[in-house]
Every structure is written in C-alpha cells, then in structure tokens.
Write a protein that binds this ligand. Structure first.
Ligand SMILES: [Ca+2]
Ligand SMILES: [Ca+2]
Length: 243
C-alpha cells in the first residue's frame, strides 16, 4: 500500500513488457485533492499474425473516456493502408494458427473474433471512429516503407474505456500481402466486406493491452527514432494494474 503522500515512479521501456504478465492490484485511495483525475495508461506489444514480420507497440493514455492513442509498427505492407481497431468482448488475446477454422492458411478477421472480440474503436486517421468505419480503408494510415505511425485523440464509449482499464482490449492491425505482389488482391473476397480482398482485412499484427491506473498519473511518453516507446509514468497515491 502507498500512503496518501507517497508517489511511485515507474519507467516502462519496451523491453519490460514482460510486466504484462504480472498482475497486481492495490486499493485506490481517494486523493486529497478532488480535482485530481483517475488516469489509465495502457500498453500493447504487437506481434505478427498470419506469418508476417510485423511488430510494434501501442500506448493509450485514458482520462475518463478521452483517449490519446499511439501506434507504431514496422514490417507492414509498404504504401498500403492498414485497417486498425481496438477490439473488446473477446478473450482479450491474439489468435493462434488454430483459429484458421476453414484451413485456408489464413486467420481471417472473423476467425479471430473468438480471441480478440468485436470492434470497439476504429483507429481511423480522420472522421468517425465507430464500427461503421471499420474497413473504410481510405481513412486508415498507409504504411510508407512498411512503417506505420499513428496518434489521435479519441472519445471512447464507456464500455470500451472500461475494457481498456480492465486490461481486456486488443489492438489488431490488418492487411497481409499473401501473394507478395505489393497489392491487396488475390481473388478471394474479404469475410467482412465483399468489396475488399481477404488480404486487406486479415490480421497482420496483434497485441493485448495491459493497463495501470492511478490518480493524476503524470505520463511522459517519448517515441524515439528507433520506433521505441519510452514511457515514464508517475503514479500518485493508490494505483492498480490489470491485464
Ligand atoms: Ca481461414
Ligand atoms: Ca497481394
């Protein structure tokens, strides 16, 4: 337990994401200053899906339902957009190869739903962020040189904010060049939008968020040229962590 005047400073470099495996909790004491806000910092380490080389990280700083969302990923299909969503109400995990139920060699978006759940937020570059924007590829950022960067401030629904705080949210990036020709094609329709190809909407990278919450957290986030997040989080009295 931490006293009301005790602050804990925690540095969370990317390499320490093993912390995600730890689960601790502590009672969240009410702050003496009523103006202090309950803040959640959530982080996900992205790994490849469908045999891609995609990796990356994401950080969310959440105050109420206001979320600052950062995503960095590398190893994506160059110059093509990658639909990306925060998914909730699944098992909070990324799909294994065994999720490929129809055994076509590709874990499709639909086949992964049991693992990561439904779309809670569409991380578009502009415009709506709800489910109706799920695969509006023109509004998702393109991965120049296979590098994908994203930052946007978004107002979430109460449900999605609660899921992130509970550590039950998953980031999924889509877009796989299965036939390696530099385009989304292949002659097989997407299982979620027949106007698109299976390549465009199949998962390429995925990561589960873990979260820490505290009163008036001072989160100092830096993204360096190596696409590495350096995140210093200053926790106030009373904090909790969940995954
Ligand atoms: Ca499949
Ligand atoms: Ca292709």
């Amino acid at each position: 337990m931490f006293g009301k005047t005790t602050a804990m400073r925690v540095a969370i470099p990317a390499a320490l994401c093993a912390l995600a495996l730890a689960t601790t909790s502590a009672a969240s004491a009410e702050p003496a200053d009523a103006t202090k806000q309950w803040v959640t910092v959530a982080k996900a380490q992205l790994g490849p899906v469908n045999g891609t080389a995609a990796t990356g990280e994401s950080v969310i700083v959440l105050r109420g339902t206001q979320a600052d969302v950062w995503v960095k990923a590398i190893g994506l299909v160059p110059a093509l957009p990658h639909p990306q969503h925060i998914r909730v109400n699944g098992r909070g995990v990324c799909p294994e190869e065994s999720a490929d139920v129809n055994q076509d060699g590709v874990v499709s978006t639909t086949e992964g739903v049991n693992s990561y759940g439904d779309i809670g937020v569409s991380l578009t570059a502009s415009g709506d962020t709800d489910k109706s924007s799920a695969f509006t590829s023109g509004r998702f950022p393109a991965a120049q040189y296979g590098i994908h960067t994203y930052h946007r401030t978004i107002t979430l629904t109460d449900e999605v904010a609660a899921k992130i705080r509970a550590g039950n949210a998953v980031l999924v990036l889509q877009g796989v060049d299965i036939n390696r020709n530099g385009a989304y094609d292949g002659g097989v329709q997407s299982d979620v939008n027949p106007a698109l190809s299976l390549e465009e909407t199949s998962p390429t990278a995925c990561g589960s968020y873990w979260a820490r919450s505290g009163w008036d957290i001072d989160a100092d986030l830096n993204v360096n040229s190596d696409l590495d997040f350096s995140l210093d989080v200053d926790f106030g009295p009373g904090y909790g962590m969940s995954h």
